[in-house]
Structure formats: structure tokens, C-alpha cells
Design a protein around this ligand. Structure first.
Ligand code: NAD
Length: 319
């Protein structure tokens, strides 16, 4: 099977490509613009690992540039995973236009390719952020979107676009609402590696909302298993479908900070909540578990320590 994975130099895209490359009958095209939102050294290292496989081809391309998209027209794939995006919530306060450019314009440009090519199944990344703050948890796929920041807004826009174009193009679009994905090779802007990198540099680490936020930490290995199972069951999709990709096991930030301080000492300061971050993410995962029959959600502490060990060996990849 032929796949195109956008954001293949990124955390989830890298893991997905690495897993799919194990089947030598698969051909994977990986696309990324290698932007410098976080360490390009880490992104390039991921790409170099993928390039060692003969069934992988890397395309350095910026989705927000319509001219560059045209280079894709020669490539035909069966399945597209659109994982490229400007990720992160805090950065929305620094560079909001980047979210419009990469996530909204970039996706719209990619739709030109989708329209012209033979690709039938489009799996695209959405986010738990679309839910905003709620009174009832866990949140399920039928609940209303209440974005609190421009990142969440860009993902709601992607979902709406996908619903519309699934009808117009007659192709299947499957939205993946990821909840705080963590694991080896993870993102330097997210809690675990951000803290570890600050501690390594002896920098003071600020903890939002006095550590009282909850996040539904979801191990990247579980995510990749779920994605593979979704591909297997692709004949069962409606035109447009959406899945929460989560553990349904929220953990308080304070608890993670305690674990981090015990394993890699550093300095933290608890500060009040800001307006853009969600107080809690906690997803209902009944739909994805019933659809894929995936059962074994990884043990958080076991995988957390795997992250610490991975960081100790790879800290040179962080800025
Ligand atoms: N990791 C999580 O916890 C999480 C949670 C919710 C949603 N998501 C979404 O899942 C997807 C993958 O997330 P990730 O954690 O792997 O993020 P990531 O930042 O590691 O990967 C995204 C990749 O997209 C690339 N990219 C950005 N703009 C681009 C553009 N204009 N053209 C081409 N490439 C571009 C980046 O260089 C990066 O390598 C993203 O869409 C993200 O918003 C992730």
C-alpha cells in the first residue's frame, strides 16, 4: 500500500512512518517543511532514521505554498495521513498567523492535491483542544466544539472543511482528535521534555494553574496501533467520521511534576491559569475502542520512565 504522511519529521508522523515502513510492501512518502518551531536537529534526526529504509521517500515541502503543492501531483497514494500542522497552544499568543497559514491555508492547499489524486482515504489530525472547557467529562465525539485559542479554531476549521469536501469529492475523511500524545522522540514544547530540557539547562520551569490542570496522556505506541487498526477497517467508514484518540485516564499536572522532580531534579514555580489553555482534557474512548477492538492502553508510569531514559540518551537533540 502507498501512503503519504504530512508532518513526517514530526513526533506522531515519524512514529507512524517508522511503523508502516516495517512492511516492505508499503511505500511511504513523507512530507515536511522542517520548520524551526522546535529543534530542527531533532526533526532532521527523525527524517534520517526514516531515510535509511529503501521504501521511504522524503519531500521537503511547505503546505502553505500553493506552488510547492503542485510537486505532489505526480505522486499517487492509497492513503493520506495529514499530520503536519503548527501545533501547541501557548505559541498562539506569540505567532497566531502561523496557525492560519500552516493549518488552514496549508490544509486548503492540500485539498487541491486530494481532489486531483486517486487517494480515497484521508486521515487528518484534529485535537482535544476543540472541546474547550466543559462541565461534563469525559468528552465524546458528539459534543459541541468550544475552541479557546486559534490553534483549536484552526482544527475546528479543518473538521468543517473535511465534512464539506468528503461530500463534494466523494472521498472518506477521518478526523483524529489526539489527546496529549507522549513517548520517546516526543515534542520539546510539551510538558515532559520541556521540563527535562529546562532542568538540564538549570532554567526555572513555570507550571500553569498551580499544577491543577488534568491531561489525558496517551502513549504514542497506542496511538500508532489505533491508527493501523483504523486503516485495516477503512471499508467501514462513513463519508466523514471522527474519533477521540485517547486513554480515558487523565492525570493531574502536579503528579507529573512530582515524578519529574524525583527523576530529574530541577526548579519549578507554580503560577496562575492563563486564558488560552484548557483546564482539563479527558476523552471518552468508547468509539475508537469499539471500532478498532484495541484493548491495551499502556501503563503511564512505565512509559513515563521510558521517556526519561530516552531523554538522557538524546538530550543533544534539544535546543
Ligand atoms: N502530540 C499531541 O499531543 C497532539 C495533540 C493533539 C493534536 N495533535 C496534532 O497532531 C499532529 C501531529 O502532531 P505532532 O505532535 O507530531 O506535532 P509536530 O510539531 O511534532 O509535527 C508536525 C510537523 O508538521 C510540520 N509542519 C508544520 N507546518 C508545516 C507546513 N506548512 N508544511 C509542511 N510541514 C509543516 C512540522 O515541521 C512538524 O515536523 C498535528 O496536526 C497536531 O496539531 C498532536
Amino acid at each position: 500500500m502507498k501512503y503519504l504522511i504530512t508532518g513526517s519529521a514530526g513526533f506522531i508522523g515519524f512514529h507512524l512512518a517508522k511503523e508502516l515502513l516495517k512492511n516492505k510492501k508499503n511505500k511511504i512518502y513523507g512530507l515536511d517543511n522542517l520548520d524551526n518551531y522546535y529543534s530542527t536537529k531533532l526533526k532532521k534526526k527523525r527524517v534520517n532514521i526514516l531515510k535509511k529504509q529503501s521504501n521511504f521517500k522524503f519531500l521537503k515541502l511547505d503546505l502553505s505554498n500553493i506552488k510547492e503543492i503542485k510537486k505532489l501531483y505526480r505522486i499517487d497514494v492509497d492513503i493520506l495521513f495529514h499530520l503536519a500542522a503548527q501545533a501547541g497552544v501557548r505559541y498562539t499568543a506569540i505567532n497566531p498567523s502561523k496557525y492560519i497559514k500552516s493549518n488552514i491555508v496549508g490544509y486548503y492547499n492540500l485539498l487541491n492535491y486530494i481532489k486531483k489524486s486517486k487517494v480515497k482515504y484521508i486521515f487528518y489530525a484534529s485535537s482535544s483542544s476543540i472541546y474547550g472547557d466543559n462541565k461534563k467529562y469525559p468528552v465524546n465525539e458528539k459534543m459541541e466544539a468550544k475552541p479557546k485559542n486559534i490553534y483549536a479554531f484552526s482544527k475546528v476549521s479543518n473538521e468543517n472543511c473535511s465534512k464539506l469536501f468528503s461530500k463534494i469529492f466523494g472521498k472518506k475523511f477521518i478526523g483524529l482528535r489526539f489527546f496529549t500524545v507522549y513517548g520517546e522522540w516526543g515534542r520539546p514544547d510539551m510538558l515532559i521534555y520541556k521540563y527535562l530540557n529546562f532542568a538540564r539547562k538549570k532554567r526555572l520551569f513555570y507550571v500553569n494553574n498551580f499544577g491543577k490542570d488534568y491531561r489525558d496522556f496517551t502513549y504514542v505506541g497506542d496511538v500508532i496501533s489505533m491508527l493501523k487498526l483504523l486503516v485495516k477497517k477503512r471499508s467501514k467508514f462513513k463519508d466523514h467520521d471522527i474519533f477521540n484518540i485517547c486513554s480515558n485516564k487523565p492525570i493531574e499536572t502536579k503528579k507529573i511534576i512530582q515524578l519529574l522532580l524525583q527523576s530529574f531534579p530541577g526548579k519549578v514555580k507554580y503560577v496562575k491559569a492563563n486564558k488560552i489553555e484548557m483546564l482539563k482534557t479527558h476523552g471518552n474512548n468508547k468509539k475508537i475502542l469499539a471500532f478498532t477492538k484495541f484493548k491495551r492502553i499502556s501503563d503511564f508510569e512505565e512509559k513515563f520512565f521510558a521517556c526519561i531514559n530516552w531523554f538522557k540518551k538524546n538530550k543533544n537533540l534539544f535546543n
